[in-house]
Design a protein around this ligand. Structure first.
Ligand code: ZN
Ligand code: ZN
Ligand code: ZN
Ligand code: ZN
Ligand code: ZN
Ligand code: ZN
Length: 629
């Protein structure tokens, strides 16, 4: 992640200095990390700073006697520049006028068309339909695909300012085109944004959040094209590789034949032929590396300009609630498309029908909910996931209000297992498969199940032994001990008492959208992990490293040869699966996130981001892996 930080720095410097230069300032080259900058007087006055500035962008040590101005993303000056720039870029503000705004009966329509899965929509006392201006931001990007050739194109993403999501419907997008530059409703107030994380509609915070969401939408929009280009590049790469191999094969064959014909007493000629052969081999390797670099696909995205689109809508505050809780949301009529807008999921930020009301007051898609409490059936969303914990006996989800905390051992259980939390010599009781509703922990997939009933224990040890030749643990400890024969326990190995298996609350998988890297976190609590396992594509293979509660983690520091593109997702998923099994977490409590420019958003399941499928990079990693063997 440090690289991401650095990139941000770089962008900030470019952003600030670029702006100042454009406005007529003189910026000297960097000296000792600082830029001497001379601003025109009117610009300095406008920004409220001195005309002479010594600007720094490194966030590190601040010397006390240093008079330079150290800028970071949150610095007020940067905010002011961004606001200025926003105004300048959005100066193509357009309006959508002449709409019929006398819409009534929104409540009835909302009850009919929107609906909440587990709650009712009802009128808010004294509330009336009201008109308010709504904003869209059209972000125009220049996208450059760089590989053996360069392809440039323009792409635009329209973000709904009040709802926070990208407009996807082509017909809606078409209607949002306008050339009208005169406001049709100059006295109408502007509706505040209705999504989590937004500030005022024209604030920098809101703008930045919308921009980063627009970039995610852009990436999704380009995914197919990127894949197609990668396939094309791959084909050309293979052709070129074949050509090079063929050419050098012929050259080497020729040299070898010559060597064979050379008598052993002609030392001089032999030596020269051998040298030639070595040179040819080196040249072949260099050529192959060269074309790999040439066929690397890189994507550059640059924001060209932003257009603000202003349109009036009709909104009505309503109550959404059940017997426990009521929240207020706005039902909004869009007179441009003649439709009621769907409500927004607070977890993923996307619109949805039949959202669920979370006991924490959020609205969420069914897929954006945390596991439901088995006792009271309350529903919490993933933002409130820490409200749901696992019963220490059965591992099923139990919400905080329903958790029964043992006065003796302080562990929490569900209602059914109230007395079992310290039943096994002070440890939680171990349920046999017949007793438990939850599926038993699956054995590692890679291992072939032996005929014995102790599948999990036996295959696990075998698996580990194959990877690490010296685990220091004798296989005796996991084979049957005299005491273990009386009670068959297929799920938990008999060695459990010597080496208690750690049970994590949940597993979080965080997939970077920009780097072939992911983190798998086995969580001890809502924000403290037992284990942080990093899986990343390196020039010499897929590196798995682990920081965890174990003194010496057997999973730490392994390299794997990347599978073929077809099997890569499965290969990585198995690595995630290992963590889940290791920490006893049921599949229902694995959460997936994508990370884009520090913005973490939930995913529905495991999908390997496109950035992994860079065949050139994968092939290099395979070659790097093989070279070290
Ligand atoms: Zn959602
Ligand atoms: Zn409950
Ligand atoms: Zn919630
Ligand atoms: Zn239980
Ligand atoms: Zn207890
Ligand atoms: Zn570990």
């Amino acid at each position: 992640m440090s690289q991401q930080g650095r990139e941000e720095h770089f962008d900030l410097a470019r952003f600030v200095l670029g702006y100042l230069t454009q406005k007529g300032s003189i910026v000297a080259p960097v000296v000792y990390g600082a830029h001497e900058t001379l601003l025109p007087d009117d610009l300095a006055a406008h920004l409220g700073v001195d005309a002479y500035l010594n600007l720094r962008f490194d966030a590190e040590e601040a010397d006390a006697d240093d008079e330079s101005l150290r800028l970071s993303v949150n610095h007020p000056l940067v905010d002011r520049l961004a606001a200025d720039l926003l105004q300048a870029e959005a100066n193509s503000e357009v309006y959508i006028n002449h709409l019929r705004l006398d819409k009534k009966g929104l409540l009835e329509q909302a009850e009919k068309n929107i609906g909440i899965a587990n709650a009712r929509i009802s009128p808010k006392k004294g509330a009336m339909e009201q008109q308010a201006l709504h904003h869209y931001l059209r972000f125009n990007f220049k996208v450059t695909f760089v590989s053996d050739e360069k392809q440039e194109s323009l792409a635009s993403i329209v973000m709904d300012g009040q709802n926070g999501y990208a407009i996807a419907d082509p017909q809606h997008l078409q209607r949002l085109f306008s050339t009208e530059t005169t406001p049709g409703y100059p006295h109408m107030s502007v509706a505040p944004p209705r999504w989590l994380g937004a500030d005022a509609i024209d604030s920098t915070t809101t703008y930045q959040a919308l921009l980063s969401r627009a970039k995610i939408a852009l990436e999704a929009q380009l995914a197919e094209r990127i894949q197609a280009m990668q396939n094309r590049i791959q084909r050309f790469l293979e052709l070129d590789q074949a050509r090079i191999e063929e050419y050098y094969d012929a050259l080497e064959d020729d040299l070898r034949r010559r060597l064979e014909r050379t008598e052993s007493n002609e030392a001089g000629r032999r030596k020269s032929a051998e040298e030639k052969l070595a040179a040819v081999q080196a040249e072949r390797a260099a050529k192959l590396t060269d074309i790999l670099a040439r066929y690397q696909l890189r994507l550059e995205v640059e924001l060209v300009n932003v257009q603000r689109i202003v349109q009036p809508k009709v909104m009505l505050p309503v109550e959404i609630g059940d017997r426990r809780l009521t929240v207020i949301r706005y039902v909004v009529w869009d007179p441009l498309v003649h439709e009621l807008e769907p409500l927004v999921c607070d977890v993923c930020g996307q619109p949805g029908d039949q959202l669920h009301l979370c006991a924490g007051g959020h609205l969420a898609h069914e897929a954006c909910l945390a596991p439901q409490c088995i006792d009271c059936k309350r529903e919490y969303c993933q933002l409130c996931a820490e409200q749901v914990q696992a019963c220490v006996v059965c591992g099923e989800p139990v919400c905080r209000p329903s958790t029964i905390t043992c006065p003796q051992c302080k562990r929490g259980t569900c209602r059914a297992h109230q007395n079992l939390c310290h039943a096994a010599d002070g440890a939680p009781a171990v349920l046999t498969p017949a007793q438990t509703k939850a599926a038993p922990v699956a054995p590692p997939v890679a291992a072939t199940p032996p005929p014995s009933s102790r599948t999990s224990a036996a295959s696990k040890t075998g698996d580990r032994a194959r990877q690490a030749s010296n685990t220091g643990r004798s296989s005796k400890s996991t084979s049957s001990t005299p005491g273990s024969s009386k009670k068959p326990q297929p799920v938990h190995p008999p060695a459990k008492s010597q080496e208690p298996k750690t049970t994590a609350k949940k597993v979080q998988v965080v997939l970077s959208a920009t780097e072939p890297a992911l983190l798998v976190l086995a969580m001890r609590s809502a924000n403290r992990p037992y284990a942080t396992r990093a899986i990343e594509l390196q020039p010499n293979g897929i590196l798995v490293s682990c920081e965890c509660e174990k003194e010496k983690c057997p999973a730490d520091g392994w390299l794997f040869r990347p599978a073929t593109a077809e099997h890569l997702a499965h290969q990585i998923e198995q690595m995630v699966e290992k963590v889940r099994a290791e920490y006893n977490v049921p599949a229902s409590r694995v959460e997936y996130y994508t990370l884009y420019a520090l913005d973490r958003r939930p995913l529905r399941g495991f999908t390997l981001p496109p950035v992994w499928f860079d065949e050139v990079r994968l092939e290099l990693a395979r070659q790097g892996f093989d070279a070290e063997r």
